[in-house]
Write a protein that binds this ligand. Structure first.
Ligand SMILES: [Zn+2]
Length: 317
């Protein structure tokens, strides 16, 4: 998808539906009710009954009728777009903005670009982050004897950076992000409760291949990783390899600096309970770094299928 295609899509709701349908249903419509494939017919755009807010009625796009179960559906059903009153074209614009900005984009800016309320923008961005969630079990990091860097960093905790009413309570409370980067492939950031050896191993063992060689700093929590993985080198200790430019955690450090610049620049305050969602967003962009903004946008639209996030769990009620 290039910019011309994107602008056509964001100004035309019918085209927005066509784009999402093409991405989600490459082989034709799939009924979300009964699973029938290619047995649905497109219904013409319809209008809702006039209401106070919409005296002329509202256009309803993207309706299909399943010939197998006789029920109607749209491509929104069973995706992050389901049950949302926001036009699909605005969703696509928001996804594109999030996919094309390297350090991320704040809900405030989404609010201005889309002309929606802050609450709507905030919910929208969190749903999109859900679509961006990296599935760690799809493929292990460091497969076939690869190199995986593991590093931890502390984020947040500054009084000026949080919006908690009780500044003293929230102050100084930093959150730990542990990052695992396959030098040839994907990265995964994980919010962890502490930096104990047990936590590190509980995170790393299920997602890193045993044939991998691990690079870390000299923190003692990383000691003896070569009992489990093929090898382990710590930056501070193996000076001769450092000289050979093999032992470093530069990838993990770049990931952290990008994450931190994003959190400072675009997000200002991120409470600990939502941090993992932002970290997902950064991992998603990192893992698609070789793709164009358009390709990344399409990937996010595709992976919005099968994921839903309702407002209630998001605000912790
Ligand atoms: Zn059906």
């Amino acid at each position: 998808m290039n910019l011309a295609e994107l602008s056509a899509v964001v100004s035309d709701e019918a085209k927005a539906f066509e784009l999402v349908e093409r991405l989600r249903w490459p082989n034709g419509p799939v009924c979300p009710h009964c699973g029938a494939t290619s047995r649905a017919g497109r219904l013409p755009a319809q209008r809702t009954k006039p209401s106070k807010k919409h005296p002329e009625g509202k256009s309803v796009y993207g309706l299909w009728k399943c010939y197998a179960c006789r029920r109607q559906f749209t491509v929104r059903v069973g995706s992050i777009f389901e049950d949302s009153p926001i036009p699909l074209s605005k969703w696509l614009l928001a996804i594109h903005l999030m996919c094309s900005s390297k350090k991320g984009i704040s809900s405030n800016q989404i609010k201005r670009e889309l002309g929606v309320s802050y609450q709507t923008a905030w919910f929208l961005t969190h749903r999109i982050r859900l679509a961006m969630t990296v599935d760690p079990l799809k493929s292990l990091l460091g497969q076939d004897g690869g190199i995986v860097e593991i590093d931890e960093t502390f984020v947040g905790g500054k009084v000026v950076n949080n919006m908690h009413h009780d500044k003293t309570k929230a102050a100084g409370r930093k959150t730990i992000v542990m990052t695992l980067v396959d030098r040839q492939g994907d990265a995964l950031g994980v919010v962890v409760p502490d930096t104990s050896k047990e936590t590190l191993e509980a995170v790393a063992k299920p997602i890193v291949d045993r044939s991998a060689t691990i690079m870390t700093d000299g923190n003692p929590i990383y000691a003896n990783l070569d009992d489990y993985f093929r090898g382990h080198h710590a930056v501070d200790h193996d000076k001769r390899f450092v000289r050979a430019m093999i032992i470093h955690t530069n990838f993990a450090e770049s990931y952290h600096s990008l994450l931190k610049r994003g959190l400072i620049g675009a997000f200002h305050h991120v409470s600990a309970e939502h941090l993992h969602r932002y970290v997902n967003e950064f991992s998603f962009r990192w893992n698609s770094r070789k793709e164009s903004d358009g390709e990344r946008t399409e990937r996010a639209i595709r992976s919005g299928a099968g994921r839903r996030l309702t407002y209630r769990p998001l605000i912790g009620r």
